[in-house]
Design a protein around this ligand. Structure first.
Ligand code: B4P
Length: 190
């Protein structure tokens, strides 16, 4: 199986590139952000709880997102592989993911980390906020908080994959096609 963790700060292009990667490599896209927004839209109890964190740019509690990913893995036992987009975002999530994948007799192949400058992140998110309706994309202070949370809680997750020799940095500045080309070359070289 080809199991990829697509990593990077908010606005790095994880969702955008995941869409292209799943098509090219025939993988299942698991975005915790998308799953949570689906719960919000369906007005579930989980969605209402998650909204409190998401609208402030904070992380949703680990047990919630780990449970969601566990369910999705069970639903897709015949998959050729997965793109994990926006997950894991904490070391506890990374450890839980390793355990879940071991139960399914598989493991992470690589973490691909998109490297993007701060000003570009802010500009992409504010731009998306204009028509996405996403509360967390419309306010500069919420965006700043998301980047702060990323630097404090999520960035250290790269060390988890570095220690397993699975970490690959990929330049995330440029056009969507240029970045996709870099990611594809890296995957093909794995
Ligand atoms: P996510 O949905 O993961 O939000 P994101 O990081 O902002 O999205 P992404 O990085 O995929 O966006 P992209 O760059 O593709 O998370 C939202 C919230 O959910 C979190 O803050 C948290 O509260 C919660 N959450 C999610 N997962 C969690 C977890 N595991 N644990 C706890 N909480 C969790 O796109 C950004 C914009 O840039 C788009 O408009 C796109 O079109 C544009 N763009 C992309 N590439 C571009 C390029 N090359 N040039 C120009 N524009 C580009």
């Amino acid at each position: 199986m080809l199991n990829l963790v697509l990593f990077g700060p908010p606005g790095a292009g994880k969702g955008t590139q995941s869409e292209k990667l799943i098509e090219k490599y025939q993988l299942i896209h698991l975005s915790t952000g998308d799953i949570l927004r689906g719960e919000l839209k369906a007005e579930t109890t989980l969605g209402a709880e998650a909204k409190k964190f998401m609208d402030k740019g904070e992380l949703v509690p680990d047990e919630v997102v780990i449970g969601m990913i566990g369910n999705k893995l069970k639903e897709n036992t015949d998959a050729k592989g997965f793109v994990f987009d926006g997950f894991p975002r904490t070391n506890a999530q990374a450890e839980a993911l390793d355990l879940l994948l071991t139960k399914h007799q598989t493991s992470i192949t690589a973490m691909l980390a998109l490297d993007v400058e701060y000003d570009e992140l802010v500009s992409r998110l504010l731009n998306r906020g204009k028509d996405s309706g996403r509360v967390d994309d419309q306010d500069i202070s919420i965006i700043e908080n998301r980047v702060k949370v990323y630097n404090q809680e999520t960035k250290p997750v790269m060390d988890f994959y570095l220690a397993q020799n699975k970490y690959y940095a990929v330049e995330g500045m440029g056009t969507v096609e240029q970045i996709f080309d870099r990611l594809s070359k890296q995957i093909d070289a794995l």
